[in-house]
Design a protein around this ligand. Structure first.
Ligand code: DOR
Ligand code: ZN
Ligand code: ZN
Length: 347
């Protein structure tokens, strides 16, 4: 018999992009009305790097959210970061230091490169002592030996040696490998010590390289183009396997990343998929298909909070089986799985 209703502890989204201004006002409600908390990534056009900008950004999010919603604030790791700045950010309530290396993705131009991380060990030591999280977009853009640009599909696995080095040098630092998208990096995280975990997105469980690119490597569908790019069918399978495996090192971070349709339709579409309106429905579908629906709650509501050292949310949410048509777009942003009929709904 098929389950009709699922009640779970209120979930957290450990990785989301809200942007700012009008876009923020449009997208925040999709997250804030369902999730208890969400890690708000600070890769704005002017990245969040100071306590003043972090506070102002938190207020901007809080102002349009229900009281029950608590954004978890991040600051971006750029060249001018110092231990002193980390201490100030921590005092201002910032929980996450986020690294998006330069050229890897949207608004990342100031991010330090993976091969420069070794010069920032005192900063990372301060992050550890403050009980903060080091969140990393693990992609290597240039081969340090040849200087050549690395093809997008190889960038994540090429980052693994740098992660290995980081893990050995910064022992005990809580590291989140964001949006793990290859079997190799998932294996790396599984074998790494307790202080290394990973977020998983819904889109990396549902999309593979062939859905996004043609045989020449040109972007076929800009609305499925994200960073890290979707990988092979085997990598996709690895994401699904570990997502439904009840392994506390792997938890939910949607990486929902809205971009306007007209920008997506340009010659150089920005990377990012707006998934916030459909993530829970899609997770139900994935977990149900794998006959692991009873593990969904740990993945979305427990493991992330536990790794971050936060209390579990007290509230509950209800998911009901029932068909609904996903709108194609919202305020100029295409919704992932738009115009498709999904089977689960948050009520
Ligand atoms: O696809 C992505 N979009 N990946 C990221 O790492 C950043 C994000 C964005 O901000 O658009
Ligand atoms: Zn990222
Ligand atoms: Zn992201």
């Amino acid at each position: 018999m098929k389950i009709k209703k699922l009640i779970i502890r209120q979930p957290d989204d450990m990785h989301v992009h809200f942007r700012s201004g009008l876009m923020l006002q449009n997208v925040v409600p999709f997250t804030a009305h369902i999730f208890g908390r969400a890690v708000a990534m600070g890769n704005l056009p002017v990245p969040i790097t100071t306590l003043e900008t972090a506070r102002a950004y938190r207020k901007e999010i809080k102002d349009i959210s229900p009281k029950s919603f608590n954004p978890i604030m991040s600051a971006m790791m750029t060249k001018d970061i110092t231990p002193e700045k980390i201490r100030k950010l921590h005092k201002a309530g910032v929980k996450v230091l986020k690294l998006i290396p330069a050229s890897t993705s949207t608004n990342s131009s100031e991010g330090i490169a993976l091969n420069e991380l070794r010069n920032y060990l005192p900063v990372l030591e301060t992050v550890k002592k403050a009980g903060m999280i080091f969140s990393i977009h693990a992609e290597l853009i240039h081969n340090p030996k040849t200087g050549k640009e690395i093809p997008e599909i190889q960038r994540e696995e090429m980052a693994i040696p740098f992660l290995g080095h980081l893990v050995s040098k910064a022992s005990g630092l809580k590291i989140v490998v964001e949006h793990a998208s290859t079997r190799k990096i998932i294996e790396f995280v599984k074998k790494a010590p307790w202080n290394v975990a990973a977020t998983l997105t819904t889109h990396h469980a549902l999309v593979n390289y062939g859905d996004v690119f043609d045989s020449q490597g040109r972007i076929l569908n800009p609305f499925l183009y994200c960073k890290p790019v979707a990988k092979t069918a085997d990598d996709q399978e690895a994401v699904i396997e570990v997502m439904t495996s009840d392994n506390p090192k792997f938890f939910f971070g949607s990486d929902s990343a809205p971009h306007l349709i007209w920008k997506k339709n340009s010659d150089e579409p920005p990377a990012g998929i707006f998934t916030a309106p459909v993530v829970l429905s899609l997770l139900c579908k994935i977990f149900e298909r794998e006959k692991k629906l009873e593990r969904l709650e740990n993945f979305v509501s427990r493991f992330g909070a536990e790794f971050y050292g936060l209390p579990l949310n007290k509230g509950k949410i209800t998911l009901e089986r029932g068909e609904w048509l996903v709108p194609e777009e919202f305020e100029g942003v295409k919704i992932f799985k738009g115009e498709e009929i999904l089977q689960w709904q948050v009520v």
